[in-house]
Design a protein around this ligand. Sequence first.
Ligand SMILES: [Ca+2]
Ligand SMILES: [Ca+2]
Ligand SMILES: [Ca+2]
Ligand SMILES: [Ca+2]
Length: 355
Amino acid sequence: MFNTATRAALLTSLSIFASSNSHAQVFTANYGQPVLDRWMYPFNFAAGAETRASLFAALNQPGFDDRDGELLVGFDTGNDIPTGKGRLSYKILKATLSVFVENDAAFSYDPTPDPLASSYATSDPQYIADTDPSKPIEVWPAGYRNGFSAESFLEDSPFGGAPTVPPAQGARNVYPVLLDNYQAGVDVSRQVRDKVPGAPMALAKLFGDSGELTPGTLVPQGTEVRFALGNTASANYVYLQNALNSGRLRLLVTTLEPTSGGPGGGTGGITYPRIYTRENAAAALGYGPQLALEVAVTCAADFDGDNLVDDTDFGFFVVTYNELIDARCDLNGDGVTDDSDFTQFVVAYDNLLCD
Ligand SMILES: [Ca+2]
Ligand SMILES: [Ca+2]
Ligand SMILES: [Ca+2]
Ligand SMILES: [Ca+2]
């Protein structure tokens, strides 16, 4: 591996260019509707035609996934952003998913991560109390089983196959997935019970007409649930790049907020979010799932998407190089960011510009 001194020498031996370049290809796309949205809940028999999706958890209930009620949303980007350019060509300058709250004053705004152990049974020795009301709303990449894929799973496709534990556990054909940089993943539908450490792609921030809601306040109907997707772990960034390369972005919106009446069910009012789907009449008024993208399509070594391969990219490379497993600068696609990628990068760096 090159040492720090070698890298510093390389850095100082090359000129710094600050000029802009007219060949940058930046694509902006705003989707007012998804191509599919589906309440992923084992006892949803509307198969994509439902007008709202309840997001809730069924914690510590044998036979049920922890993340029991989820919303799958899908956007096809190929008409606006060219596909098939290779994963590393896609630099996500902005990616914002928005969905909107259908119910009124049912749950509180929690914008910060809660410890996973705050969802454990209170009898668990590792249990930690939740210090702020409600659970954040999360978004995850989509994983598939039973032969389904982003291409083949439509909003009216079967929910799942044979449960590992009846009536529903471990069966869903689309599930929130915790990815590594190789894009191998585990189904985190039962993240609480399996005690799987790992964070979602993003947590939602909630916005009303007068800006971001105050944490802890009850959430009004029509509130925007906004996810900034681009500033995410490198494995999720790679997922987004692959989605743009294929032209199909699929995401799962979930929460660990329990169903009514405490963990797993029981009596009591609704204390979880419900989200408008595209089939709801409110979608025509701007309350359906939406996606805003700003993507630069450039050469692989232009990591920040400004069409130059310069010191900014070098600085970005050094950070991922030190991590080794960060795949955002894995130019030869072998799963690690190491000296062979550096050698490739230096060639592009010497040329300064994308071809
Ligand atoms: Ca739908
Ligand atoms: Ca909380
Ligand atoms: Ca650059
Ligand atoms: Ca590599």
